[in-house]
Design a protein around this ligand. Structure first.
Ligand code: ATP
Ligand code: MG
Length: 173
């Protein structure tokens, strides 16, 4: 509990929001620590498959916000409960290394007619008291701030969100 509270304090503090060398596996673990209680109450299981991933230059609290947003969306897509798989890895694009995260659910999926709109600010399919429609637009902004990418695949079987952030080259030398 103490650990959670001190982490929450750091999470909400903006003054130390600087770019530092970050390991995304730590980001994932810290995010889960913050939302464990939310997930428990809804019969949601989270499985982790954390592979080695290169350090990135980033703002840890903002990166945690992305994971929390994606896991919250995954939970909302599975009203009867289910499993969310969170995985990390190293991927390569045009010869450059990236740290990657995926968040996979087996929920309702995102229908074709709204796929274009989900990253728009205030776009939501949820009730007024359930969502503001800001989660994905904020996540998109944070990913872009890290020169990364965010994309998804979705069908009636569920949805997988992918994030990639370029490896911090200074750290890998
Ligand atoms: N994993 C998912 N499965 C199904 N639909 C999703 C998923 N993630 C996002 N969506 C769709 O995209 C919309 C926008 O998501 P976003 O996170 O931006 O806002 P929100 O979840 O509705 O509200 P907020 O995040 O502000 O609480 C959602 O309302 C939902 O329709
Ligand atoms: Mg959301």
């Amino acid at each position: 509990m103490e650990k959670t509270i001190s982490h929450l304090k750091a999470f909400s503090r903006l003054d130390d929001d600087v770019m530092i060398s970050v390991n995304l596996n730590e980001v994932i673990n810290n995010s889960l620590l913050l939302i464990l209680e939310i997930l428990k109450s809804k019969q949601i299981k989270v499985t982790l498959d954390l592979q080695s991933s290169p350090p990135v230059k980033g703002r840890p609290n903002r990166l945690e916000q992305i994971i929390i947003n994606l896991i919250t969306n995954a939970r909302d897509a599975m009203p009867a409960g289910g499993t969310i798989e969170v995985a990390s890895s190293t991927i390569e694009n045009l010869g450059m290394p990236y740290a990657a995260i995926t968040v996979k659910d087996i929920g309702t999926g995102i229908s074709d007619d709204i796929k274009e709109r989900i990253f728009e600010p205030f776009f939501t399919t949820k009730d007024v008291d359930e969502g503001t429609g800001l989660g994905l637009s904020i996540s998109y902004g944070i990913v872009k701030d890290h020169r990364g990418d965010i994309w998804f695949e979705s069908s009636t079987e569920g949805t997988t969100f992918h994030i990639s952030i370029p490896a911090s080259l200074e750290d890998s030398i």
